[in-house]
Design a protein around this ligand. Structure first.
Ligand SMILES: [Zn+2]
Ligand SMILES: [Zn+2]
Length: 118
């Protein structure tokens, strides 16, 4: 599968928004509005997962080289993945709005720690 096929729009299964493909050369793997993702990759971009569960945004991490990244947890199998946020494109991620819920998210993470390798 080439990059062009990977980079296609989709309808968000969480909020129902029509999501356009990214225009910044990267490919979209989560909804910019509710920030939910879908468990379709084993490795980033490979679309090999058979899980297809919805992935809930559970946190935001900052890496010096990659910038902000969203932490997603699959509601079906529980796997945790870190995804680059989408900026400089059409329909950029609504991080500001979502960040307002982070206080709540932090409390949740403390109750049930989600640790990724970093
Ligand atoms: Zn959505
Ligand atoms: Zn899953």
């Amino acid at each position: 599968m080439n990059r062009r096929q990977q980079n296609e729009g989709f309808v968000c299964e969480s909020c129902g928004a029509r999501v356009e493909p990214l225009t910044n050369g990267s490919y979209r793997n989560h909804c910019p509005f509710c920030l939910y993702s879908k468990h379709v990759d084993e490795q980033p971009g490979d679309r090999r997962s058979r899980c297809h569960g919805l992935m809930r945004p559970v946190g935001l991490v900052y890496k010096r080289k990659k910038g902000y990244q969203l932490v997603h947890q699959c509601l079906k199998c529980g796997v945790v993945k870190v995804n680059k946020v989408a900026v400089d494109t059409v329909q950029p991620d609504e991080l500001a709005r979502w960040a307002a819920t982070l206080a709540w998210s932090d409390a949740l993470n403390k109750a049930r720690p989600v640790r990724g390798r970093s």
